[in-house]
Write a protein that binds this ligand. Structure first.
Ligand code: SF4
Length: 76
């Protein structure tokens, strides 16, 4: 296991996502956006150095479209 590994993957549910950008507006260091305004997770493998930012992004999404998934059950 890499040193900076929190054991989670940050994933977006494209069906639930409304594309209004609160996640990447809040945490641009973790989430970029595509040409249509939908989020693109820069690096879905969340480390100990980024877990707090990832939790912020999850918390700010009003559609509950972002999820921290334990890597053992990740769909990525
Ligand atoms: S905040 Fe949630 S609904 Fe809005 S773009 Fe980000 S993932 Fe999609």
């Amino acid at each position: 296991m890499p040193v900076d590994d929190a054991g989670f993957t940050l994933e977006v549910d494209r069906k639930a996502c409304a594309g209004h950008g609160m996640c990447y507006g809040t945490r641009p260091e973790l989430i970029d956006c595509d040409d249509e305004g939908y989020p693109v997770i820069t690096d879905p493998n969340i480390g100990l150095s980024t877990i707090d930012s990832a939790r912020d992004a999850v918390a700010v999404c009003p559609e509950r479209a972002l999820e921290l998934v334990p890597r053992s059950t990740s769909h990525a």
